[in-house]
Design a protein around this ligand. Structure first.
Ligand SMILES: [Zn+2]
Ligand SMILES: [Zn+2]
Length: 736
């Protein structure tokens, strides 16, 4: 007989039931079981070839990264599922992500003859929450927060029936062995008929906090502006776009334009929020001053049962500004007292937000790497156990050794609550993967992630922010392209802010990376022309102050129109004397400043607010024209600003906004032409759809690359850090 050890995403996806049924179809003896994070199969050698061939028909969500085989002793038992055994986990083993409810389960919840009719937690071996309720591996009920829920007779029968979709379904429950729902009034009083109470409250325009897969969401009837204002007040988010949960694809199509890739993403197992172009003004109050709206479909029976009765609801993570998503009732009631709550009894082990995606340059890109997509496993390896600590926004962790794991992004990282959640995450993964040999962290000493990194019992290596972006791009590009010796690529990183080696702020950087003998030599080639911006945190958020600072330094005639005279005088003084200012090459700040010029700039109450408003304005103008620029040692923006002056003075704001976007796309093209190399694009700026689409249009056959499996944002930094450290372990000390 032969023993196989199968690695990859093979737990929590209905893999053992699949193997069991396959083995019985083939008529082999043997067994299957979970071992650590892998699956072990013993079968007769005579059936091996047919077995391996049939593995192609594995469950849709399963992914196999490696199969090893060895001879083993003869076994004379009909094929069975053996108890799991735990061995040390490796980074090759996948942590199963949370999956949206499958079509069959959804049908069950709508079928009056099914015992799952109207049951909010219907799931099977192929769908439902996984990671959010996982305590450890192997993926079995005793290792999840379902461990205290006993299966009823019917469920036990399904669990043991190889012909059932719920054969070996670890998180199954039904109305006879239910996860109970509880509706609490604003006074904390529990009411009967929890689901109906929540539906009635939502219909009446009341805000309800609903416990879901990875945490609580604040929800309200989407057309009720008062309730939405209440949510904005609760979250201290006056303008931030809020997502819309719609009952069906047909309903989504009434609100937004959806191309085939967007439709596919919306109804995928990952069930992310899709940022799509608005079709009507009906939901403008959810995403004020923007041309996009985030939509998502219900991804559990609970959410489905609610929206099919209520209609579209606003759906946003329950968290205070800069804090992580709330996962338990106690915290919810402490932070949002006096609201209605729909709670349930299944504990959440890992708080996780909804993922967000957006179509840019023809493909779906990740805005937020979270539920459904993460933990993300990548087939990368390194000789040592390396940990990446991430950055300051969109912080996550990355582990690299036999395999590579990127954790879900933490919502915000500017509070004690988020620091605690980050440390909890860190200790969960350290238990699984051991203490790292080297820790990669951002160069910025003020980042909490860097500080926590230095507290680990391991040597640390500082990685410059944009160099980490570069390495994240190299890692992802390398998964689909084989690097040959001497081969080079160019990278253009545009984002908000990262500390440079010279302690200035970078954010518009061009790098060259050359592959040689197994590692990359990298070189910093260009920066965007430096601007001095005020260093105060409040002024840095104000597009008009930034606009004034930029206009003043370039002697643009409209500078005095950008802010009132006392402010202008103060800004002029600090800039000319270079006090309380910071030299910056940031493209993010350039966007803010130009938004200030174009009258759509504001005091940013959420990240990239002015930039997104500028993008929305730009899409209203059809021009292909762009402003002049020069690529010398720096990328000079002075010619662009001088040419823009006329358009701003004549108040042609949409034209100026569009020409500005076109200019950035042409700078990217100029770099590609000058070096005649593939151009990798990274940094949050490249979530700008207009910019990405324009680049796609003007590049024609020239090669450019935008990340697809990682976000271009700081959510990729942890991966970049481990890739950088692994690269330097291989011998490259020529860093940039
Ligand atoms: Zn299902
Ligand atoms: Zn049951």
């Amino acid at each position: 007989m032969v023993k196989l050890l199968i690695s990859g995403r093979v737990q929590g996806v209905g893999f053992r039931p699949f193997i069991y049924n396959l083995a019985h179809k083939l008529g082999t003896k043997g067994y299957v079981c979970n071992v650590g994070g892998q699956v072990e199969v013993v079968l007769e050698k005579a059936h091996l070839e047919a077995f391996l061939k049939e593995l192609d028909n594995k469950p849709q969500e399963a992914q196999i990264t490696a199969i090893t085989q060895e001879p083993t002793a003869t076994l004379d038992t009909p094929f069975y599922i053996a108890p799991s055994c735990g061995v040390d986990l490796s980074l090759k083993d996948s942590l199963p992500p949370d999956l949206a409810i499958c079509e069959s389960c959804l049908k069950d919840t709508q079928d009056p003859t099914s015992r799952f009719y109207n049951y909010p937690f219907t799931a099977c071996a192929h769908c439902g929450p996984r990671f959010s309720l996982l305590e450890s591996l192997p993926y079995d009920r005793p290792h999840t927060s379902m461990k205290d829920f006993q299966l009823c007779e019917d469920c036990a029968k399904d669990y043991n029936d190889p012909t059932s979709r719920r054969f070996f379904a670890q998180t199954m429950s039904c109305p006879k062995c239910p996860i109970a729902l509880h509706f609490l009034s604003p006074q904390g009083i529990e009411r009967q008929n929890a689901l109906q109470e929540a539906i009635d409250a939502l219909k009446a325009g009341v805000v309800v906090a609903i416990k879901g897969v990875g945490g609580f969401a604040l929800t309200a009837l989407a057309t009720n502006k008062e309730a939405i204002e209440q949510i904005r007040t609760l979250k201290a988010r006056p303008f931030k776009p809020l997502a819309l949960m719609v009952p069906s694809l047909q309903e989504a199509l009434k609100c937004v334009h959806l191309s085939p890739p967007e439709l596919t993403a919306l109804s995928s197992k990952e069930a992310p929020i899709v940022l799509a172009l608005k079709k009507t003004q009906e939901y403008d109050h959810l995403a004020p001053n923007l041309n996009t709206l985030g939509v998502l479909l219900p991804y559990t029976a609970l959410h489905f049962l609610i929206v099919q009765e209520v209609g579209a609801i606003v759906f946003t993570s329950a968290n205070l500004k800069s804090e992580p998503i709330i996962t338990n009732l106690k915290d919810l009631q402490a932070k949002f007292p006096h609201i209605c709550v729909l709670n349930h009894d299944r504990p959440i082990m890992h708080g996780i937000d909804d993922s967000v995606v957006r179509l840019v340059a023809g493909k779906m890109r990740l805005v937020r790497l979270a539920r459904g997509f993460a933990p993300l496993h990548l087939p990368l390896s390194a000789p040592e156990n390396i940990l990446g600590m991430g950055g300051h926004n969109k912080t996550n962790l990355c582990w690299l050794k036999e395999g590579c794991l990127v954790t879900p992004e933490l919502g915000g990282f500017k509070s004690m609550a988020s620091l605690e959640r980050y440390k909890e995450d860190l200790s969960f993964y350290t238990k699984l993967y051991g203490v790292p040999k080297v820790v990669g962290l951002d160069l910025h000493p003020g980042y909490l992630s860097s500080q926590v990194g230095k507290e680990q019992n391991a040597p640390t290596q500082e990685v410059q922010h944009h160099t980490a972006h570069l390495h994240a791009l190299l890692a992802e590009w390398g998964l689909t392209h084989t690097f040959k010796d001497g081969q080079s690529v160019l990278a253009f990183i545009c984002d908000g802010a990262g500390l440079s080696y010279a302690k200035s702020i970078w954010g518009g950087e061009v790098f060259l990376a050359t592959y040689q003998k197994g590692f990359f030599k990298t070189e910093h080639l260009h920066s965007l022309e430096t601007t001095f911006y005020p260093s105060s945190t409040s002024l840095l958020k104000d597009a008009h102050s930034l606009g004034y600072a930029l206009a003043y330094q370039h002697h643009l005639a409209f500078a005095p129109l950008l802010c009132e005279s006392t402010m202008a005088k103060n800004l002029a003084t600090i800039i000319s004397k270079r006090i309380a200012t910071i030299p910056s090459t940031s493209v993010g700040r350039l966007f803010d400043a130009v938004a200030g010029f174009c009258s759509v700039g504001t005091i940013n109450t959420y990240e990239a607010q002015s930039a997104m408003q500028l993008e929305s304005l730009a899409t209203t103008h059809p021009t292909d024209e762009f402003y002049p620029f020069e690529i010398q040692e720096d990328i000079l923006i002075a010619p662009m600003l001088k040419a823009m002056e006329r358009d701003i003075l004549s108040e042609n704001y949409a034209l100026a906004a569009k020409k500005f976007h076109n200019t950035l796309a042409h700078i990217a093209l100029g770099l590609s032409v000058r070096y005649n190399l593939p151009l990798l694009l990274g940094g949050g700026v490249f979530l700008n759809r207009l910019l990405g689409d324009t680049i796609q249009e003007i590049f024609k056959d020239r090669v450019f690359f935008l990340p697809e499996i990682l976000p271009p944002t700081d959510g990729a930094l942890a991966l970049g850090q481990v890739h950088f450290v692994a690269n330097s372990l291989k011998g490259s000390h020529a860093s940039c």
